[in-house]
Design a protein around this ligand. Structure first.
Ligand code: HEC
Length: 188
């Protein structure tokens, strides 16, 4: 190979490396952009508060105008990036799905926190509209306790949200309704 060809060859190799490098950077940028890809949304549904039976307030009507799906609701409740309700709450019906012999079922349905009340029988303690308010905005549902439960359908009720997830609600209106549908199955 002549010296000139060698130089061109090396130049090409550098160009290839640079292209690969910049597409890697692009992929990383894309990955970074999608931190909220699980569906956290900036669309916050508007809703009316009315008087509750057990709490001062409730949200009587579904946020999206239609009832949710309980089976899908269970998915959000155990989803470690979304609802993750079991990080704080114990639910016997969910815990029963965690089989010690099956690591995947353990990871998905096991390891419940105990710093919040159990959700067993919660549908007997609250109306559907109250359950909806508790998920959407627990601060409004329990105004006296300065609760640590996150507001799952609010874009402004947080203190230290990481970059891209600013102004995002944790659960979309549809997902809130799915969770409410699941909570309604937890009767005494
Ligand atoms: C960071 C912890 C935490 C997470 C996560 C959490 N909660 Fe809570 N939740 C609480 C606490 C604490 C209370 C009790 C209110 C209080 O005293 O602060 C509560 C209360 C409730 C209640 C009322 C229970 C009762 O018997 O009075 C319901 C229903 C509820 N949460 C549902 C949920 C659902 C559904 C999710 C997931 C989408 C969830 N919570 C996620 C901490 C949490």
């Amino acid at each position: 190979m002549t010296r000139a060809r060698k130089v061109i060859g090396a130049g090409l190799a550098i160009a290839v490396v640079m292209t690969a490098g910049s597409s890697l950077a692009l992929a990383q940028a894309k990955k970074k952009k999608s931190k909220c890809k699980d569906g956290e949304t900036t669309e916050i549904a508007s809703y009316d508060l009315s008087k509750g039976e057990n709490l001062d307030f409730q949200i009587a009507k579904p946020l999206n105008g239609k009832p949710g799906d309980a089976k899908t609701g269970l998915k959000w409740m155990v989803h470690r990036r979304l609802g993750n309700c079991i990080a704080c709450h114990e639910v016997s019906k969910i815990l029963a799905k965690a089989k010690p012999s099956d690591l995947n079922s353990l990871k998905k349905y096991g390891f419940h926190g105990k710093i919040a009340p159990t959700l067993d029988g919660v549908a007997s303690r609250y109306t559907e509209g109250e359950l909806r308010l508790i998920v959407v905005n627990p601060k409004k549902a329990f105004p006296d306790v300065n609760t640590i439960m996150p507001s799952f359908h609010s874009a402004s009720d947080f203190h230290a949200v990481i970059g891209d997830c600013k102004d995002h609600a944790i659960l979309s209106a549809d997902r809130v309704e799915d969770v409410v549908a699941y909570l309604k199955t937890l009767k005494e």
